[in-house]
Design a protein around this ligand. Structure first.
Ligand code: ADP
Ligand code: MG
Length: 189
């Protein structure tokens, strides 16, 4: 199975001077992938355009090049896959197959609300991977608002608890790089 990245970007292409809140040293250290063998997670949180997906992809590409098993999903795709697996009574097998993925990237958690039933499926996956394999999450929502995403306070807390236990969280609060590009292009003749 191929990782299906939405685009290919590298750490070298990330302009850390534009986003000084991002700890460049830590990102470079994480891109050496030691966290992957240790069942640790990364969360990139922040508004649109700050490079959350870029950084997640860049680390994912490194992992794929190091021949780790890597998969990339948007939260929406992953939830839909879990729902259809349950519908076709293959959920245990599907979760089992995902639990063998050394680095699972789940992009855009929080853009869409998830029903309580789907949140329970997502929780099953996260518990199965807990302390064994690594997950990178990107989200536009602060953790206090995760109960709104998952439609249930208890499930949201249980998901966050496991994700955050061994985790490198990045809170990126800077400006959108997309806007920077837009304004620069706008200024060009
Ligand atoms: P997010 O996922 O946070 O919404 P993206 O990672 O999709 O943002 O970034 C939007 C675009 O801007 C992408 O093309 C990405 O490569 C680029 N980008 C974002 N931040 C930076 C940065 N600091 N340096 C270079 N390119 C960046
Ligand atoms: Mg993104």
């Amino acid at each position: 199975k191929k990782a299906k990245f939405p685009f290919i970007k590298t750490i070298e292409e990330y302009d850390f001077s534009f986003q000084p809140k991002v700890d460049e040293k830590l990102i470079k250290q994480l891109s050496e992938l030691n966290f992957v063998g240790e069942g640790k997670n990364i969360i990139f949180a922040g508004p649109p355009g700050v490079g959350k997906t870029h950084l997640a992809v860049a680390i994912g590409v490194k992992a794929a090049m190091a021949r780790k098993r890597v998969l990339f999903f948007t939260a929406e795709e992953l939830i839909n896959n879990l729902i259809s697996a349950e519908y076709s009574k293959t959920l245990p097998q599907y979760i089992e197959s995902l639990s063998r993925i050394e680095l699972l990237i789940i992009d855009e958690v929080g853009y869409l609300e998830i029903s309580k039933a789907s949140a329970a499926l997502f929780f099953k996956l996260i518990s199965k991977r807990y302390e064994k394999t690594s997950t990178i999450i990107t989200t536009n929502k602060p953790f206090e608002e995760w109960n709104e995403i998952f439609g249930d306070e208890v499930i949201a807390a249980a998901i966050l608890d496991r994700l955050l236990h061994h985790c490198y969280p990045f809170f990126i609060t800077g400006k959108s790089y997309r806007m920077k590009e837009l304004f620069e292009k706008g200024g060009e003749k």
